[in-house]
Design a binder for this molecule. Structure first.
Ligand SMILES: [Fe+2]
Ligand SMILES: [Fe+2]
Length: 292
């Protein structure tokens, strides 16, 4: 069975999805989850964890410690006193935001190869994460940090395909941009699976929550996804990224009229404002990450 057009993993085809994930794992060498990310996420899952232990793990990694501190001092968390230690920074950020920083940092290090494609993939991932957080607030999706995570990781399958075949994937991107063909179709032809399917296999391996995985699998289904759902938030984030030129697109995504309206982007003026808001957030956040 081909999942490349993004069939939703309902209970009845969960078994097929498992088989499909196994097949991808056999075919593509999937990178292990970054050790530090696993460590922090495991601590956060433990109902009896203590902040001191968490601070120690983060402080042991200078790059992550510096990102955590910089983020806690950013205008988003406007404080009268600037946090002076990782421990204070965690208290300011809260655990959900801390988790987003840890996963963002892991995703960034995953794209170690520096070239045109990896830079675009990175700016697209961060842009989609920020757009998804902003949209979650607008459409009343309660878990805004889950939306951030889903946006950040929705195209992680492209990172896997690119890392395993840099030249071939670059060529594929160039070709689809020339012909304006859907990248999904070309990926499935060349690699057996498209980036949504490969991404889900990776997220399953990395133990990311099921709700994010399901949304990633169907993020190219457009208006078939109900407005306000996590998948529609990702699609709309893609739409804003295409307008803000964050990433590479062979065609502009179409999240459907209902989602565009629910996101407050139905006319030229409101769309322009939203694009500007996204660009401002991107400039601020990407400088925090580069600074570390
Ligand atoms: Fe995608
Ligand atoms: Fe995307």
């Amino acid at each position: 069975m081909k999942m490349s057009q993004g069939a939703a993993p309902s209970k009845s085809n969960q078994e097929t999805l498992r088989l499909h994930i196994r097949e991808i794992k056999e075919r593509h060498k999937l990178p292990s989850p970054p050790a530090l990310m696993t460590k922090v996420l495991n601590i956060l899952k433990d109902p009896n964890f203590n902040v001191r232990e968490l601070s120690r793990v983060i402080s042991d990694d200078p790059s992550l410690a510096s990102k955590t501190l910089s983020m806690s001092r950013s205008p988003r968390y406007a404080q009268r006193f600037q946090p002076q230690s990782v421990h204070e920074a965690i208290l300011v950020l809260g655990l959900q935001s801390l988790r987003s920083i840890v996963v963002t940092s892991a995703a960034e290090s995953f794209l170690a190869r520096k070239n045109k494609i990896s830079e675009k993939l990175w700016s697209h991932s961060l842009g989609a994460a920020l757009a998804a957080r902003m949209l979650a607030n607008r459409v009343g999706f309660a878990d805004t940090e889950m939306a951030f995570l889903a946006g950040l990781l929705h195209d992680v399958g492209e990172m896997v395909l690119f890392n395993s075949d840099p030249r071939g994937f670059e060529q594929l991107v160039e070709e689809t941009q020339k012909t304006q063909e859907l990248i999904l179709r070309r990926e499935a032809q060349r690699y057996g699976f498209d980036h949504a399917a490969v991404g889900v296999a990776l997220l399953d391996f990395w133990n990311i929550e099921e709700e994010v995985n399901e949304a990633v699998l169907i993020h190219h289904k457009g208006s078939e996804n109900p407005a306000g759902s996590l998948a529609s938030i990702i699609d709309m984030a893609d739409y804003l990224c295409a307008h803000a030129e964050l990433g590479f697109f062979s065609e502009c995504p179409n999240p459907g009229v209902a989602m565009i309206r629910a996101s407050g982007c139905e006319d030229e003026e409101s769309l322009t404002q939203s694009i500007q808001e996204l660009r401002d957030a991107f400039t601020e956040e990407s400088s925090l990450f580069q600074a570390a």
